[in-house]
Design a protein around this ligand. Structure first.
Ligand SMILES: [Zn+2]
Length: 342
């Protein structure tokens, strides 16, 4: 049987090629407090300092056992880059966006000509370089970012959902702006050594906006992004939160390689809805993997088997890992994935 490096194995699995067994990776955030305690790089610094970011990402491989390294750990660096207010992270909690910078179409122009070598997004690129120099021959280097729809919401605020329904021209201009940024930022991550992209677009949800608005405000922009990545031979995994079951065939139309579904989705139903894209998921990161900080090995083994039997391409958490998740719970999921042949 063929032996692959973890890098080859993931690239093959994401593009629907035969592999010897399931790769054990996580496309959502991997940072936990136990890793921070052991490796010495912790939030909030590891969100902002390339060396610390790389060190904590590396712990996801050396300590937890994921067969990939992935940065960053949050989805606010992009909004911060454009000047949105950020509630800082603590050791256990992610940063969040608290104020917005685009109120009307004219506000977009003031951001044109932005410099990607500034701010925290530059630290993410530097962290990718550190990881790629060390692990790039062997491990997948997963670069991640917020998706264009959720970034549009961060930039404009909660009025975003009203905007797309009442002011199509403004909505389209914001999506064109965020998508161009996403593509430029992803290309920079790739230049620094990322070989796989994980796009987290939590609010680009069919469930929230319905099929018509999804096809108008999400599909064309996700398609642009996927096309740009595929030109560079970089596969993309897309994560959208909530019960995406009814929207999966729509989500797939953009040409994405893999769709990460959350724990509200029935894995078998998800697999039946997609044509080519592989499904990633979907152990509950809260009730199953964190489990109020308790070790939950037997339940995780059982649920992992159920999810893999349902036909997912990659066994993974249904959303970002909770920072207080016990290491052994994640290791249990990883061991189950590594035992699985398709
Ligand atoms: Zn999610």
């Amino acid at each position: 049987m063929a032996e692959y490096t973890p890098k080859e194995r993931l690239a093959r699995a994401l593009t629907g090629k035969e592999v010897d067994r399931m790769p054990a990776v996580c496309v959502t955030q991997t940072g936990t407090v136990e890793q921070m305690d052991e490796c010495g790089a912790a939030w909030p610094e590891a969100h902002a300092d390339a060396e610390k970011m790389a060190t904590l990402a590396e712990a996801g491989h050396t300590m937890i056992g994921f067969e990939a390294v992935r940065v960053p750990f949050d989805i606010t660096a992009e909004a911060e880059f454009f000047g949105c207010g950020i509630k800082p992270s603590t050791r256990v909690q992610q940063p969040s966006v608290i104020s917005h910078v685009i109120n009307e179409v004219g506000d977009i122009a003031k951001f044109e000509g932005y410099d990607l070598s500034e701010g925290r997004i530059n630290e993410v690129c530097k962290a990718i370089k550190i990881l790629a120099d060390k692990y790039g021959d062997e491990l997948p280097i997963i670069g991640s970012m917020i998706g264009p729809f959720s970034l549009a919401q961060h930039l404009t605020g909660d009025s975003w959902f009203m905007t797309i329904m009442t002011d199509e021209e403004f909505g389209m201009k914001v999506m064109e702006f965020t998508t161009a940024f996403n593509i430029a930022y992803a290309k920079k991550q790739i230049e620094n050594g990322a070989d796989t992209m994980a796009v987290i677009d939590p609010t680009a949800s069919y469930q929230l906006i319905g099929a018509d608005f999804y096809e108008k405000f999400v599909t064309p922009f996700h398609t642009q992004f996927m096309d740009a990545m595929h030109e560079l031979n970089v596969p993309v995994a897309l994560h959208i939160c909530g019960d995406t079951t009814g929207g999966l065939s729509l989500m797939e139309k953009c040409g994405v390689d893999a769709i990460s579904v959350d724990q509200n989705v029935d894995a078998a139903a998800a697999v039946s809805k997609v044509d080519k894209a592989i499904i990633i998921g979907n152990l509950d990161p809260v009730s199953m993997l964190w489990n109020q900080g308790e070790v939950n090995v037997e339940a995780i083994k059982e649920e992992s088997k159920k999810v893999m039997e349902a036909g997912v391409g990659l066994l993974a958490p249904g959303c970002g890992i909770v920072s207080n998740t016990p290491t052994v719970n994640l290791q249990t999921m990883i061991e189950e994935a590594k035992k699985w042949t398709y």
